[in-house]
Design a protein around this ligand. Structure first.
Ligand code: IMP
Length: 422
């Protein structure tokens, strides 16, 4: 079975853990969008691994892990991640495959990301990794791909072309001295030598896997509301984070995808700027952030926290074709007297049950809450749904009713064993 895993909120839902668990049951794991703006934290036998580019499936022996054409790759970060795995005794040599069509992040992308962010009046709060500028070049048809990196003449040509135009913009618009061709060329040829063994036509590799009846897991990064089309634009990332992106970002046709599993936190978090209707008031927000260790895996930034928003997640269920939902971090709600679930928004006397697209409505939306009683004691370590406190069970059932999709996984702690399968 070929399964897509997608985030249903603003990323950081806990996809890493779900992917880690499901990786065991599949043959191939593939990333289809984003870059090292993502950070998946996986805890195995007490050891914590943070992945930015390499699918976390690499922790499972024998699994092939692909970085699809839809991903943007910072070669320096990728090499650091490979080195980190080798230090932990994991040899990705024959199991890691990088699409020859994946676009490269270059130093000017990273710097432009920072300079543009500094100049913006309405900041996006990007991760400053050069993700947006790299995707912009891809769409602008001046990007440089893995396959270009492996051909020194083509790489030199494309780099020269880019620097001719970009250095002028850097100097005139941003007062930045620009970039030296030789320095980047030498640095990237060094990366080419180290990465060439991993680069191949991954669409072909995946097609062969499908034809041989192998199971593929498509690993989504970020979340539905950071999607370039369906997210809270412009406070979004620059790729298609939704399940449709899995086909475009890997070359596997949509008819080969069997199932989409959505991942939602039992509450909501967001990193960076942008609207957040159910955001907690400051003091309670700080309390919940500490309780849930809500700090970015990539930038370490504190995450904003709020109540579960069923208007958002219902929209995500629709856009992604979600049939199964994984609810994460239920344990963080332990001990609360009561819990709120957002069921609609109110704006200027009108009630919105569907997620509005007009930014002024989302910005001014007042959540309509259903309040349910909390539970005493801890849910961590509970292995069966029936073992949960009655109020925790009814919270989950309430979410299920509101979202119209079945809950397949409930996570009650960081470790693999703290998971309830339904
Ligand atoms: P960018 O992807 O670096 O361009 O950042 C755009 C927006 O997406 C910012 O608000 C980031 O905080 C957010 N973002 C990007 N990647 C992630 C992620 O993996 N988790 C959560 N937020 C993210």
């Amino acid at each position: 079975m070929n399964i897509v895993i997608v985030g249903t909120q603003w990323g950081d839902e806990g996809k890493g853990k779900v992917i880690d668990i499901l990786s065991e049951k599949v043959d191939v794991v593939v990333r289809y969008q984003g870059g090292n703006n993502a950070g998946h934290t996986v805890v195995v036998d007490g050891a914590e691994y943070i992945f930015h580019l390499i699918p976390s499936g690499i922790l499972h022996k024998g699994k092939v892990c692909c970085i699809g054409n839809g991903v943007v790759v910072d070669p320096e970060v990728l090499l650091q991640e490979i080195a980190g795995l080798e230090r932990a005794g994991i040899r990705p040599a024959r199991r890691l495959k990088i699409s020859d069509l994946a676009h490269l992040i270059l130093p000017y992308h990273r710097i432009l990301d920072q300079l543009r962010e500094m100049k913006r009046t309405h900041k996006i709060g990007t991760t400053n990794r050069g993700i947006g500028p790299c995707y912009a070049d891809k769409i602008n048809r001046c990007g440089i791909r893995m396959v270009d990196l492996l051909n020194s003449r083509v790489f030199a040509d494309k780099l020269k072309d880019n620097l001719r135009e970009k250095n002028e913009i850097f100097r005139k618009v941003y007062g930045h001295p620009g970039f030296d061709f030789n320095k980047i060329y030498r640095q990237y040829m060094g990366y080419a030598a180290k990465l060439s063994g991993y680069v191949c036509n991954t669409a072909l590799l995946l097609d062969e896997a499908v034809n041989r009846g192998k199971d593929i897991l498509f690993e989504g990064a970020q979340g539905t509301f950071l999607d370039i089309d369906f997210g809270t634009y412009p406070f979004v990332t620059s790729s298609s984070t939704v399940s449709g992106g899995a086909a475009v970002g890997t070359g596997v046709s949509p008819d080969k995808i069997d199932k989409v599993i959505g991942v939602a936190k039992a509450y909501t978090t967001r990193v960076g700027e942008g609207p957040f209707p159910t955001e907690f008031p400051a003091r309670f927000g700080t309390f919940m952030r500490d309780k849930g260790s809500e700090f970015g895996a990539t930038t370490g930034r504190p995450r904003r926290c709020g109540w579960f928003d069923s208007v958002m997640v219902r929209e995500a269920v629709m856009i992604n074709g979600i049939t199964d939902l994984a609810v994460m971090k239920l344990d963080i709600l332990d001990g609360l007297k009561s819990i709120k679930i957002c069921v609609a928004y109110k704006y200027k006397g009108k009630v919105f049950r569907e997620f509005p697209h007009d930014a002024s409505v989302i910005n001014g939306a007042v959540p309509v809450y259903k309040e349910v009683p909390g539970w005493r004691g801890a849910v961590a370590g509970v292995a069966k749904f029936n073992g949960l406190p009655a109020n925790a069970r009814s919270y989950i059932s309430r979410l299920q009713d509101l979202l119209g999709t079945k809950m397949s996984i409930i996570s009650v702690g960081c470790a693999r064993k703290d998971t309830i399968f339904l």
